[in-house]
Design a binder for this molecule. Structure first.
Ligand SMILES: CC(=O)N[C@H]1[C@@H](OP(=O)(O)OP(=O)(O)OC[C@H]2O[C@@H](n3ccc(=O)[nH]c3=O)[C@H](O)[C@@H]2O)O[C@H](CO)[C@@H](O)[C@@H]1O[C@H](C)C(=O)N[C@@H](C)C(=O)N[C@H](CCC(=O)O)C(=O)O
Ligand SMILES: Nc1ncnc2c1ncn2[C@@H]1O[C@H](COP(=O)(O)OP(=O)(O)OP(=O)(O)O)[C@@H](O)[C@H]1O
Ligand SMILES: N[C@H](CCC[C@H](N)C(=O)O)C(=O)O
Ligand SMILES: [Mg+2]
Length: 491
């Protein structure tokens, strides 16, 4: 693509008119990926500064550099105030504004994003639409799955992927939008037609200075809703009225707002909720009518997720009967409240709860269902919010009869130090716990001890099929570890 076209979003592009005819092969943000004819955009990151890799980028074939300051280079340099913003806009332009050519739903919030995206995927699939999903577990184009590194990818990967989805005739994309991505401008070039807020509770305080800063990042999704390209099309903000942050988020968008809730009055509501060990029933009340839902998903929090998906689907013109059918047929989401199949008289559940609020929600749900004792096996991730560690440990002790604290993904931290953070400050009145650093051994121990009617919750890693210790990811799957232990169990 000619540079003139790539710069078409730039308000003063004509200052670079002498460069207009340069043909750009691809836009890159990583010097290691440069090939002949590329544009290299320098991003000042958390670990290194992309400006330090200009020479390497040119050696590998970069023919133009975009930087935030005047730098010496043997190729033309375009200086802009903010390369992050430039990258997002240029990537969107380079891939011909893919997000404005299909329907794009973004889901943000501390918990429930992945679940809501898969509920919506099921709803749109029931309508015969080809879908794309981008999120924590994987990227999906129709039924094809691809691995991902981040929940929300960088701007280049994102725009390229959505272009690929268009080429493969995807009509509806549903993506998770993390607060990191919003803060780092990864989604700045995206034209969402619907933005969903699930909830805001403590997480990521290693990254965000405060809960207010975390909320500010989340609110960017609503602030950027429908402010570009085609402002005539209807855009919707779907907001959880039960969450105290709802008011601020409603004020951050100029678009139509649809509220949903269980505990507070909202446009889309659930009433008469009944939880069982095999699912949840509730009366779904919407402006298009009311209908009973019999879902296989377990827990009140999942009712909230279903309301979010319903509100988004209704605003996208999906009939209520289709929504009902989709909510009732989805078997569950990989690694979320997932029952490990076996023929014993107790239950083993693998769940992705890795925040205080999600752990509390899952444990209170299990408490309601348990006829015997509740066990929890849980740890906290390394190189992540340290302040959530003691809170999660307390929650585990408050709701479980037996807690085994273990490793999650220690990453570059010492596993023992993470466990120390969890239990330091607990008092004997908080409850009794065991520490077993090795996660496999911790799972084996819980299953070894379990008796009739007990429920074991293995929390934190859900769908993950690895455990990251140091910089190495080893194969590890909570479900496999549980199955091994079940085979070894004698009684
Ligand atoms: C803290 C954080 O979010 N870091 C993200 C950030 O990395 P960074 O700022 O450290 O990048 P950097 O290494 O300093 O590099 C800066 C620039 O120099 C370039 N570079 C670097 C080296 C080199 O040799 N040449 C070169 O050109 C890089 O390509 C980059 O453009 O930018 C990268 C590219 O977008 C991200 O992949 C990376 O995510 C890391 C891997 C990460 O773990 N992020 C987590 C915390 C995260 O984002 N999580 C959320 C989900 C959280 C949740 O909701 O639960 C997510 O969306 O995944
Ligand atoms: N609406 C909700 N409110 C509170 N907890 C929830 C909710 N939905 C799911 N959970 C809990 O949070 C865990 C993670 O759910 P999910 O993967 O859907 O969230 P997420 O927002 O995508 O998480 P991540 O930030 O890691 O991508 C679930 O396993 C469950 O324990
Ligand atoms: N997206 C989250 C996932 C956390 C999952 C948990 N297993 C951990 O490793 O802390 C993060 O990167 O913080
Ligand atoms: Mg997720």
């Amino acid at each position: 693509m000619r540079l003139k076209e790539i710069l078409s979003f730039h308000p003063f592009a004509n200052q670079f008119s002498a460069l207009y005819d340069i043909e750009i092969n691809a836009i890159k943000m990583d010097s290691r990926e440069i090939t002949n004819g590329d544009m290299f955009v320098c991003i000042n990151g958390f670990t290194v500064d992309g400006h330090d890799y200009i020479e390497e980028a040119i050696e590998k074939g970069a023919i133009i550099v975009v930087a935030e300051r005047n730098v010496e280079a043997t190729v033309p340099v375009i200086v802009v105030e903010d390369t992050v913003r430039f990258l997002a806009m240029a990537a969107s332009c380079f891939y011909q504004y893919p997000t404005s050519k299909l329907s794009l739903i973004g889901v943000t919030g501390t918990n429930g994003k992945t679940t809501v995206t898969y509920l919506l995927e099921n709803i749109f699939k029931q309508c015969g639409k080809k879908t794309g999903v981008i999120g924590t577990i994987q990227m999906k184009i129709g039924e094809d799955v691809y691995p991902v590194d981040n929940t929300t990818p960088d701007a280049l990967f994102l725009q390229r992927t959505i272009r690929e989805m268009i080429d493969q005739e995807v009509e509806q994309v549903i993506m998770e939008v993390s607060s990191h991505a919003l803060d780092q401008g990864r989604v700045y070039g995206c034209d969402y037609n619907t933005a969903i807020f699930t909830n805001l509770t403590q997480d990521h305080l290693d990254y965000h200075d405060s809960m207010d800063d975390y909320l500010r990042a989340k609110s960017l999704l609503f602030a950027q809703l429908g402010n570009r390209y085609d402002c005539k099309a209807k855009k919707f903000a779907i907001i959880n009225q039960d969450d105290p942050a709802s008011k601020k988020l409603i004020r951050s968008t100029a678009q139509s707002v649809i509220t949903y809730g269980i505990d507070r009055d909202a446009m889309v509501m659930a009433k008469s909720i009944t939880l069982t060990s095999t699912g949840t029933t509730f009366l779904l009340c919407t402006p298009d009518g009311d209908t009973m839902i019999n879902s296989k998903l377990i827990g009140k929090f999942n009712v909230s997720n279903m309301l979010a998906a319903t509100a988004a689907a209704l605003s996208n013109g999906i009939p209520l009967e289709v929504i009902k059918s989709a909510l009732e047929t989805i078997p569950g989401v990989n690694g979320r409240f997932e029952l490990v199949p076996h023929s014993r008289s107790f239950s083993v559940i693998v769940d992705y709860a890795h925040t205080p609020d999600s752990l509390e929600n899952v444990l209170t749900t299990i408490q309601e269902l348990a006829k015997g004792k509740v066990y929890v096996v849980v740890g906290c991730g390394g190189d992540r919010d340290r302040t959530k560690r003691p809170i999660m440990a307390k929650i585990a002790l408050r709701y479980a009869d037996k807690a085994i604290f273990t490793s999650d993904n220690p990453r570059t931290e010492e596993p023992e130090m993470i466990l120390h953070d969890m239990v330091n400050g607990l008092t004997p009145t908080d409850g009794h716990y065991q520490i077993i650093v090795d996660r496999r051994k911790a799972i084996h121990q819980a299953i070894h001890q379990a008796a009739k009617d007990d429920i074991i919750l293995i929390a934190g890693k859900g769908h993950e099929t690895y455990q990251q210790i140091g910089l190495v990811k080893y194969h590890f799957d909570d479900r496999e570890a549980a199955k091994e232990a079940l085979l070894l169990k004698e009684n």
